[in-house]
Design a binder for this molecule. Structure first.
Ligand code: DON
Length: 558
C-alpha cells in the first residue's frame, strides 16, 4: 500500500481523518493534485458556488500551483452530473492549427521526427482550456466568472511556497525549458533551481489570468494574450495563427453511457478514447466473477489484462476525433453483444498474443492532472486536463506566462505505420487541420438507481483508461473505500507493446509467476497514474481518495 503519511499530515477544513480510513466530508469535497488548489475549490463551495464553479476555480489554481499539468495553455475534458441526474460533457481538447498536415512529422527523408512531434513549436495544439472552462461555467456555474479566476491571480501574483515535490520536479525538468528563455526564467530562481520553501511568483501569468478574469475567453484568444502568443509562434517557426485562436470552440457533447453490474457509467466521448474503451472493458468483465476471484489475484488480473488487450486494439482501429470520423461505430463498440463475442475469445488459462495483423483497416493506421468535485446538492464534476508531457512543450511565449502544450504529439505520427513498440498509424487519428488529437483522458462518473456513487479520473497517458477502470472495479466489485481503491496496485495492457505492466511492490511473486505461466510478458513499472476520486459511501458521506503516487495532492471540503 502507498504510504498515507502526507495525507495524514494534510490540513483539510473540517475533514475527519482516521488512520486507515479515507478522508471524509459530510457536505462537499474537492480532490486534486495540489492541496492548495483543492482549498481554492473548497472556498468556492463554501461561498455558495456549485461543483462546476469549484472545478473551474480549482483548474485555474492548478495552472499556477501545478504547472506540470495544470494549465491554460492545454486542454481537457469535463464530465458533469447534476444531483438530479442530468449529464453533460465539455470537450476542450486542443485542435491542430489550420496549417497542420498528415505528414508534418516526417523529415525531408520521410523519416519520423519525434522531436518535432513532441518537443517543438510545431507540437503545440490550439489551447482549449480557457474556452472549455468558460463554456462549462456559462451553462452550469453560479458564481461570477471573475470570482473563480481571482484566487489563481493571487497565487500567481503573490506567489506560493514551493513544496519539496514541486522543487524536485522543476529541477528535473530544467532541460525541458531550454527551448524557451521565458520558461527557463519563470521556473528557475535567476537560473538556479527553486528550493523547497522559496516562493514562486509568476507575474506574466498573473497578467494573462487578469485579462481572462476581465474579458473571459476574449482575454486569451484575442487581444494582448493572443498577440504575444502569435508573435512567439512567428519568431520561432510555429504555425499557430490568430485565425486558429479565433476559430477555437469548446464543445458540449453527449456522454458515453454504459452499465456495469447495475451501475451507470457516464464518461467522455471522442475525441477521448476513454469512455468507449472503458465501457467496452467493463462490458467484457461483467461476464467474469471478479468479486469471487478477488482483487489482485492472478485469475482476476488475467481477465482484466485480456479485456484491456481487446479494447485497446479497438481503440487503435477505430478511434479519433468524431468530427472528422463520423463513422466511428460507437453503439457497437459499447454494446453488450460485441463484448460478449470478445469475452468468448478469452481463454482462462492462456494469454492471447497481440498481433499486428489484427489492425485490418485500409491505409492503416506523461503529464496530466485530474480533479473531482462534489457539492452539497451532489452535483458532481470529473475534470481531467493536460499539457501532454510534464510541462508540455516546455515553451512559454515571451510575456504570456503560461506553458504551451505539446498535444500534437497525440496524433498518430506516421500514416500507415503501426508497430509492436506501440506506434499507431491508423487513419482515424492522423493529423488534419482543425482536428482534435485522440486522447485517453477518461473523466468518469458512476451512479446507481439515480444516485451518485463515484467521481473518478487520472493522468497517465494511455494508462489512464485502465487506471480509471481499476478504481471502478475496486469500488463496485471489491467494496473498497475511496482511499483503498486509489492505493491498490495497478496494471496496464494496451494491446501493443504486448506486455503486462504492473506496479512494483503491489503484487506477490507467486501471483506474477502464475501470470507468467499463462503467457503474459510482465514488465514492472514504478507507479501508474494519479487518480483523485470521491465516493459517496453508504452513510451518504463523501470519501476522498487522494493519490499520493505523485506529490502535493490533497482533498479539501466542508
Ligand atoms: O490526452 C492524452 O491522452 C495524453 N495527452 C495525456 C498525457 C498524460 O496523461 C501524461 N500524464 N501523466
Amino acid at each position: 500500500m502507498i504510504a498515507r503519511v502526507a495525507f495524514l499530515l494534510g490540513l483539510s477544513i473540517n475533514a475527519c481523518v482516521v488512520a486507515g480510513a479515507p478522508e471524509t466530508f459530510p457536505h462537499a469535497a474537492v480532490v486534486s493534485q495540489s492541496e492548495i488548489a483543492s482549498k481554492v475549490g473548497a472556498d468556492v463551495l463554501r461561498d455558495g458556488g456549485n461543483a462546476v464553479d469549484a472545478a473551474v476555480a480549482t483548474a485555474f489554481a492548478l495552472a499556477v500551483t501545478h504547472p506540470a499539468a495544470g494549465n491554460i495553455g492545454g486542454g481537457g475534458f469535463l464530465v458533469y452530473r447534476s444531483g438530479q441526474g442530468n449529464v453533460a460533457t465539455y470537450d476542450f481538447r486542443e485542435r491542430a492549427p489550420l496549417a497542420a498536415s498528415e505528414t508534418m512529422w516526417l523529415d525531408e527523408n520521410g523519416n519520423y521526427d519525434s522531436k518535432r512531434h513532441h518537443s517543438s513549436w510545431l507540437s503545440v495544439g490550439v489551447p482549449g482550456s480557457v474556452a472549455g472552462l468558460h463554456l462549462a461555467w456559462s451553462e452550469q456555474g453560479q458564481l461570477p466568472w471573475r470570482r473563480l479566476v481571482e484566487p489563481a491571480i493571487q497565487l500567481a501574483e503573490e506567489g506560493f511556497v514551493v513544496s519539496p515535490g514541486l522543487a524536485e520536479s522543476l529541477k528535473d525538468s530544467r532541460s525541458r525549458f531550454r527551448i524557451s528563455p521565458a520558461a527557463l526564467s519563470q521556473f528557475t530562481n535567476n537560473g538556479m533551481p527553486y528550493e523547497p520553501g522559496e516562493v514562486l511568483i509568476q507575474r506574466d501569468l498573473a497578467a494573462t489570468l487578469r485579462r481572462i478574469a476581465e474579458h473571459g475567453p476574449a482575454g486569451f484568444y484575442e487581444g494582448k494574450t493572443a498577440e504575444l502568443l502569435v508573435a512567439g509562434m512567428q519568431s520561432n517557426g510555429g504555425i499557430l495563427t490568430h485565425e486558429d485562436l479565433r476559430a477555437y470552440k469548446a464543445v458540449r457533447r453527449e456522454p458515453i453511457r454504459g452499465t456495469y453490474r447495475g451501475y451507470d457509467i457516464i464518461s467522455m466521448p471522442p475525441p477521448s478514447s476513454g469512455g468507449i474503451t472503458l465501457v467496452q472493458m467493463l462490458n467484457i468483465l461483467e461476464g467474469f466473477p471478479i468479486r469471487e476471484t478477488g482483487a489482485g489475484s492472478a485469475a482476476t488480473l488475467h481477465v482484466m489484462t485480456e479485456s484491456m488487450r481487446r479494447a485497446y486494439l479497438n481503440r487503435a482501429r477505430y478511434l479519433g476525433d468524431s468530427d472528422f470520423n463520423p463513422d466511428i461505430p460507437v453503439a457497437r463498440l459499447i454494446s453488450k453483444e460485441v463484448a460478449k463475442n470478445l469475452r468468448n475469445t478469452i481463454k482462462l488459462d492462456a494469454a492471447t498474443p497481440s498481433v499486428l495483423e489484427d489492425i485490418r483497416l485500409q491505409h492503416e493506421s506523461n503529464e496530466t492532472t485530474h480533479l473531482s468535485v462534489v457539492d452539497k446538492d451532489l452535483n458532481a464534476v470529473s475534470l481531467t486536463t493536460t499539457l501532454e508531457y510534464s510541462y508540455g512543450s516546455g515553451i512559454i511565449a515571451e510575456g504570456t506566462g503560461f506553458l504551451l502544450n505539446n498535444e500534437m504529439g497525440d496524433f498518430n505520427p506516421v500514416p500507415g505505420k503501426t508497430t509492436e513498440q506501440g506506434l499507431i498509424g491508423t487513419s482515424p487519428n492522423l493529423t488534419q487541420p482543425g482536428k482534435r488529437m485522440l486522447s485517453s483522458m477518461s473523466p468518469t462518473i458512476v451512479a446507481r438507481d439515480g444516485k451518485l456513487v463515484l467521481v473518478t479520473g487520472s493522468p497517465g497517458g494511455r494508462t489512464i483508461i485502465n487506471t480509471v477502470l481499476q478504481t471502478i472495479l475496486n469500488v463496485v466489485d471489491h467494496d473498497m473505500n475511496a482511499q483503498d481503491a486509489v492505493d491498490f496496485g495497478r496494471i496496464h495492457h494496451q494491446w501493443m507493446p504486448d506486455e503486462l505492466r504492473y506496479e512494483q511492490f503491489q503484487f506477490s511473486p507467486d501471483t506474477l509467476e502464475q501470470l507468467k505461466l499463462k503467457g503474459h510478458r510482465l514488465k514492472q513499472t514504478t507507479y501508474q497514474g494519479s487518480a483523485h476520486i470521491i465516493k459517496v459511501n453508504s452513510e451518504g458521506q463523501l470519501e476522498a481518495g487522494v493519490d499520493h503516487r505523485r506529490p502535493d495532492a490533497g482533498a479539501a471540503g466542508h
